[in-house]
Design a protein around this ligand. Structure first.
Ligand SMILES: Cc1cc2nc3c(=O)[nH]c(=O)nc-3n(C[C@H](O)[C@H](O)[C@H](O)COP(=O)(O)O)c2cc1C
Length: 149
């Protein structure tokens, strides 16, 4: 529906709270998405046992940060194998090592959310690490490692 009214670049953000994220990515591709971005937060819930009340006023909420990274890497890997459009990876990237992990899994670009709350300059550190990683591994172009796994 969005594609039919929006001619510019359309990046579809995917939720991990589904049974088969690859099928949803394929549907987005088939309907004309330019790329997909994943993952959004994982639905979670936490209870204050002393007060015997949920920590969140909404009771459930989105979990982000390092705890979700293995789920995100797995989903990026599955989606990258299932579609031809570019995959933007995110979910728990805290440093350059994590960014490289997503690219090896098939992400052509990465995004960083939660880590910015800890260090607003995190993206600069990530870029520095990636440049150092490439020179240490004799990589001339970062595209060489995308989807290596
Ligand atoms: C405070 C906060 C607000 C967010 N708001 C949105 C939003 O409005 N739309 C959206 O698609 N994702 C939103 N997200 C999800 C992030 O874009 C991202 O998909 C998720 O947090 C995983 O990445 P991260 O671990 O790097 O934060 C939000 C995340 C946080 C922590």
């Amino acid at each position: 529906a969005i594609r039919s009214v929006y001619p510019k670049t359309l990046i579809v953000k995917l939720s991990p709270n589904v049974t088969s994220i690859a099928d949803i990515a394929k549907a987005a591709e088939a309907e004309g998405a330019d790329s997909v971005s994943l993952i959004n937060t994982i639905m979670g819930m936490s209870i204050d046992v002393e007060r015997r009340r949920p920590h969140l006023s909404t009771i459930t909420g989105g979990l982000s940060g390092p705890a979700v990274r293995p789920v995100a890497v797995r989903m990026v890997w599955q989606v990258a194998k299932a579609v031809k459009i570019p995959v933007i990876g995110l979910g728990g990237i805290m440093n350059g090592r994590d960014a490289i992990e997503f690219m090896l899994a098939g992400a052509t670009a990465v995004e960083i959310g939660t880590a910015n709350f800890i260090d607003p300059a995190v993206t600069m550190r990530v870029i520095d690490y990636m440049e150092d990683y490439c020179s240490r591994h004799g990589i001339n172009d970062i595209n060489e490692i995308i989807g290596e796994i």
